[in-house]
Design a protein around this ligand. Structure first.
Ligand SMILES: NC(=O)C1=CN([C@@H]2O[C@H](COP(=O)(O)OP(=O)(O)OC[C@H]3O[C@@H](n4cnc5c(N)ncnc54)[C@H](O)[C@@H]3O)[C@@H](O)[C@H]2O)C=CC1
Ligand SMILES: CC(C)CC(=O)C(=O)O
Ligand SMILES: [Mg+2]
Length: 368
């Protein structure tokens, strides 16, 4: 039987740097565990624009559709900021999410014990934290029409449209309830039903799906602004948070700091099941291309490595191997290995991106 296929789209900025460390772990899985993948690579984002004049070619899109899993680094950078919106690097990623129909974006925020003192919040607020934000990923204001910058009289007006259908809300709600059943059975849905009609519909549909299909799961609702405050005040009150595309983007960056650094947060973007029963899937760190540290060997590869662990669990049914990778990360952090983003203002001796990857490989060796 053919090996499962992985398409790597490392992208821009620190994307290729953190992905290099994932490739070491893929190699380790083959050498030490006999788990082999057919890995191929392609371009997305600014590098694809440089090569082809578009942030995602149709050929790359087709390869992503055919892969068992896509691993993405990050896209974007100042070099591309002035490009026409239609060819900006970020549009390549949005097209992947939309055309693969990856509607459920799982963004776990877990605070490793070794980092509990490093978070900007007090240890007791974050120690033991383990929550998941389920972000709707294929609709909402990032995709709604009309959109654009138009002339209105003597001035320009910028328009984006928040649009959600009942079925789009219902399917991501189901994904959150299913996940909660495997965890602590609690879902908090966040929107702004006080000021947005799409928020009213969101609250109604989540409640209907809950009452009809998941009455055993504890459901609460919160306005997203209050939710941001509660995430900083007492994040451990949450188990699963389900929210729309924009609020999920913001809330997950905020949740990253509960874990110590944006360089720690992985994500899985999941769609409908494929013929093999596994979901169509793309895995990527929550962070972006970090132009301020790109090319300096400073990036923390853990978010990208933990995203690969999610791929092992959700796309390849290799939950034990996923846990092995997560435990290796935990051990390395417990041993005090830190990239620069995990150093306090007092400083210290950070390791490079490559050294962090090597330390995780050593911890994997030690796990055998
Ligand atoms: N999924 C994606 O590809 C995303 C792409 N972007 C793009 O990335 C570019 C930069 O955006 P920013 O707002 O600066 O967000 P960013 O996430 O790239 O960086 C924010 C801050 O976090 C730091 N940081 C991020 N990841 C890190 C890591 N792994 N290790 C250490 N430090 C890390 C950066 O150095 C920076 O100070 C933009 O073009 C943006 O559109 C932003 C978010 C997601
Ligand atoms: C298209 C991305 C650049 C938007 C974003 O920040 C994200 O998805 O986390
Ligand atoms: Mg974001």
């Amino acid at each position: 039987m053919a090996n499962p296929s992985i398409l790597i789209l490392a992208g821009d900025g620190i994307g290729p740097e953190v992905m290099a460390e994932v490739k070491k772990i893929i190699g380790w899985m083959g050498d030490k565990r006999g788990i082999h993948f057919d890995v191929s690579e392609d371009l997305v984002g600014g590098c694809a624009y440089d090569a082809h004049g578009t942030p995602l070619t149709d050929a790359t899109m087709a390869r992503a559709q055919a892969a068992d899993a896509v691993l993405l680094g990050a896209v974007g950078g100042p070099k591309y900021d002035k490009l026409d919106f239609s060819v900006k690097p970020e549009r390549g990623l949005l097209r992947l999410r939309k055309e693969m129909d990856l509607y459920s974006n799982l963004r776990p925020a877990q605070c490793f014990d070794a980092l509990a003192d490093f978070s900007s919040l007090k240890r007791e607020v974050v120690a033991g934290l383990d929550i998941v934000i389920v972000r709707e990923l294929t609709s909402g204001v990032y995709f709604g029409e009309p959109r654009g910058i138009f002339k209105e009289g003597n001035e320009r007006v910028g328009i984006n449209t928040q649009r959600y259908t009942e079925s789009e809300i219902a399917r991501v709600a189901r994904s959150a309830f299913e996940l909660a059943r495997k965890r602590n059975n609690k879902v908090c849905s966040m929107e702004k039903a006080n000021v947005m009609e799409s928020g009213i519909l969101w609250r109604d549909v989540v409640t209907e799906v809950h009452d009809r299909e998941y009455p055993d799961v504890e459901l609460s609702h919160m306005y997203a602004d209050a939710g941001a405050m509660q995430l900083c005040r007492w994040p451990k009150q949450f188990d699963v948070i389900v929210t729309d595309n924009l609020f999920g983007d913001l809330l997950s960056d905020a949740a990253a700091m509960l874990t110590g650094s944006l360089g720690m947060l992985p994500s899985a973007s999941l769609g409908a099941p494929m013929a093999n029963g596994r979901p169509k899937a793309l895995y990527e760190p929550v962070h972006g291309s970090a132009p301020d540290i790109a090319g300096q060997g400073k990036a923390n590869p853990i978010a990208c490595i933990l995203s690969f662990a999610m791929a092992l669990r959700y796309s390849f049914d290799l939950g034990e191997e996923a846990t092995r990778v997560e435990k290796a990360v935990e051990k390395v952090l417990a041993d005090g290995v830190r990239t620069a983003d995990l150093m306090g203002p007092e400083g210290g001796s950070p390791v490079s991106t490559g050294q962090m990857g090597d330390a995780i490989i050593s911890a994997l060796d030690a796990s055998l």
